[in-house]
Design a protein around this ligand. Structure first.
Ligand code: UTP
Length: 296
């Protein structure tokens, strides 16, 4: 029987250099899409998938993330005094309870694989979910839930096709047999050139990992970009445990990138009942300006 996935790791130790200067003193994962930080979307997605324990791998300058999920006495009192019951309920609902959450320091941003390895002592012999908050996914069924519903053991990654010329930003999959959304994986390579890539099916930041991953990561071998790559550990496990990709349903936004982040804000605002119409009107005005500029 497949073991239930109860714990999730949120690696938030990266420096977010593509978002400087915004990320100089503020974690990239606290950037808001409309009015909610990226990390909160990821935590809500994990909760919706039944995750009960939340492990954040953080670094220096990331304490805003801890504060965000903690009780705020002043805010609680002020909202109560002002009778803001709906806001108060929303704030209470997003708190992570004592014992349900742990924060570990990565100390040095040595790569995603290293960040995941830092959580090893908080995980028993059980499969574990990993979510990267900068991959934001708008979906009817949250992406991690789709994956856990399909999970039958081993390693499972979320995947989508990207244009060939963009594959060198991703972990790229060598594909075997396919059945519905499930793809058997024969190989994986981190950030290959378009010519060397085995396909254009790429890994997106959602993983369900066999606990054997921690021993593999413990070698701390450096891969692409001189970083300890999760991709390399996954590649070494092929043949020992099942490895599949899940072609998820939904729209993914790369919020580690400025244009992706801008598009996420547009898409999420347009979806909102309270903001959609007003945002559409603004967008209409800018579309006209854009059209007249491109003509001129
Ligand atoms: P990125 O590759 O986007 O790196 O990491 P980054 O440092 O955050 O951003 P840029 O490229 O400098 O702008 C993908 C995810 O892995 C985490 C990041 O926090 C992000 O969620 N990560 C990366 C770590 O936790 N530790 C690391 O050493 C590297």
């Amino acid at each position: 029987m497949t073991r239930r996935v109860r714990k999730a790791i949120f690696p938030v130790g990266g420096l977010g250099t593509r978002f400087l200067p915004a990320t100089k003193a503020m974690p990239k994962e606290m950037l808001p899409v409309v009015d909610k930080p990226l990390i909160q979307y990821a935590v809500e997605e994990a909760r919706a998938a039944g995750i009960e324990e939340f492990i954040f791998v953080t670094g220096r300058g990331k304490s805003a993330i801890e504060d965000h999920f903690d009780f705020s006495y002043e805010l609680d009192r002020v909202l109560s005094e002002r009778g803001r019951t709906a806001d108060l309920a929303a704030i209470k609902a997003m708190l992570l309870r004592p014992g349900q959450v742990a924060y570990i320091r990565q100390q040095e941003p040595l790569g995603l694989g290293h960040a995941v390895w830092c959580a090893r002592n908080l995980v028993d012999d059980e499969p574990i979910a990993v979510l990267l908050a900068d991959d934001l996914i708008l979906a009817q069924t949250p992406c991690l839930k789709q994956m856990l519903d399909a999970y039958t053991g081993g390693n499972l990654v979320a995947a989508m096709e990207v244009p060939r010329e963009q594959v060198s930003r991703y972990g790229v999959l060598d594909i075997g047999a396919e059945s519905g959304q499930r793809v058997e994986i024969k190989g994986i390579v981190e950030k290959p050139t378009p010519e060397a890539a085995p396909s254009n099916l790429c890994v997106i930041g959602r993983y369900v990992l066999d606990p054997g991953i921690f021993d593999e990561l413990g070698r701390l071998d450096r891969g692409a970009g001189g970083e300890v790559q999760l991709t390399d550990a996954l590649a070494r496990m092929i043949g020992r445990v099942p490895f599949h990709a899940h072609r998820f349903e939904g729209r993914r936004f790369d919020c580690g990138d400025k244009v992706g982040f801008f598009e996420a804000n547009l898409a999420f605002a347009l979806e909102r009942e309270d903001l959609g119409a007003a945002c559409r009107a603004v967008l209409g005005r800018y579309a006209k300006v854009g059209a007249s500029r491109s003509k001129g």
